[in-house]
Write a protein that binds this ligand. Structure first.
Ligand SMILES: NC(=O)c1ccc[n+]([C@@H]2O[C@H](COP(=O)([O-])OP(=O)(O)OC[C@H]3O[C@@H](n4cnc5c(N)ncnc54)[C@H](O)[C@@H]3O)[C@@H](O)[C@H]2O)c1
Length: 344
């Protein structure tokens, strides 16, 4: 079972975790997070270029080579110090090196702290497809702290906040109301740490009930079927969106589908749309783009067939229904309503 450590002093917590290790330690960071990585005696630094477009085989190769050069053994540990790109990439590199060595995640973005670093999904992008190659393998421990978030640009903070909002929509209706009533940038680190604890606990509970995503773990895909389509669409238009911003918009589109198919309450739809509009830059598309967006949704690897688009939908906040199927005409109608709600 993965150890989750919530702390105001992540460097000290990491030092304690590493003290009992006998093998060599490799500290993976990207070129931004390397600047504030904790210095641990005897630890070999490994630095890769930043950004999701470097979550690649080429970067995994840099890590494997550094481990070979540094004399890594099966007792070695990789510390993944950075955002979700680093925990996905470093987790994958560690999980496949010598058939799997230990790793510890120290997330430095809100998105990684609340989502990417927890739950055992690791992987890299391949052939232009996100997360196409990867394995399920949990970090030995995740050191979670809000102390690193003060340097995050607002767009990155809001990207992670969308995943917190998603967790509350799945399992905590009252918590959802509280999250959308405050400005995340104004939340002090100690209060943010408590929010992280609640949010990560929702994910932990769901993942431990269904580690390999055959049942209830699909609830965590809420907002992601349309969200991934928005993310890939934006990338194709050369104006990339942070992952969580795409998910925030995906949540609205999927609430509209749920409103049409499951009677998700209209007043909740309007409440969420107002919050979304106030906090995220718009996702721009027209009805001419619908075929492309539908194609991207159908390509989502969680779909059983290219004609059936599967969703996790909400009957109401904190009432998720997995394995829902929506017709192309329902989704088209939902995209029209989505654009009306956001006046775009
Ligand atoms: N495995 C999962 O379950 C899961 C879930 C969600 C997302 N993801 C993956 O996570 C990645 C996105 O994660 P992300 O948003 O953290 O992106 P990221 O790791 O690319 O970080 C975003 C940017 O912020 C910088 N950064 C990191 N920490 C910082 C800090 N404290 N201050 C200032 N800048 C900082 C990074 O260098 C980078 O430039 C994607 O690859 C996505 O596919 C994985």
């Amino acid at each position: 079972m993965q150890e989750l450590i919530f702390t105001d002093d992540p460097a000290a917590a990491l030092g304690r975790l590493l003290r009992s290790r006998t093998g060599r330690v490799f500290m993976l960071a990207d070129e931004n997070t390397a600047a504030f990585a904790p210095s641990i005696a005897g630890c070999t630094p490994v630095v890769v270029p930043a950004g999701d477009d470097n979550k690649t085989l080429k970067s995994a190769r840099i890590i494997w080579q550094a481990m070979v050069d540094g004399g890594a053994t099966r007792l070695s540990t990789v510390v993944n110090f950075g955002g979700g790109m680093i925990s996905d990439l470093g987790g994958f590199a560690a999980a496949t090196f010598k058939r799997g060595i230990s790793f510890i995640n120290v997330p430095t973005t809100l998105l990684a702290a609340v989502d990417a670093a927890v739950g055992g999904k690791t992987g890299i992008n391949f052939a232009g497809l996100k997360n196409e190659i990867g394995v399920f393998r949990e970090a030995d421990a995740v050191v979670i702290s809000a102390t690193y978030f003060s340097t995050l640009p607002r767009a990155e903070l809001m990207s992670g906040y969308a995943e917190m909002v998603k967790h509350s929509l799945i399992a905590d209706a009252a918590g959802y109301g509280r999250l959308i009533a405050v400005d995340p940038a104004a939340i002090p680190p100690s209060a943010m740490l408590e929010l992280l604890r609640d949010s990560v606990e929702i994910k932990r509970r769901i993942v431990s009930a269904d580690p390999s995503e055959r049942g209830i773990r699909k609830a965590l895909n809420l907002g992601h079927t349309v969200g991934h389509a928005f993310e890939e669409f934006a990338l194709l238009k050369s104006c990339p969106l942070p992952h969580g911003a795409a998910v925030a918009h995906g949540l609205l589109a999927e609430m509209v589908i749920a409103n049409l198919c499951l009677g998700f309450p209209s007043d909740e739809l309007y409440r969420y749309a107002a919050w979304l509009q106030a906090n995220y830059a718009p996702v721009r598309f027209t009805c001419d783009d619908y075929p492309q967006l539908l194609g991207l949704m159908a390509h989502d690897k969680k779909n059983a067939s290219p004609d059936a688009i599967n969703f996790t939908l909400l009957a109401a906040p904190a009432d998720p229904r997995i394995d829902c199927t929506a017709t192309l005409s329902d989704i088209t109608a939902a995209l029209d309503i989505f654009r009306d709600l956001l006046s775009c």
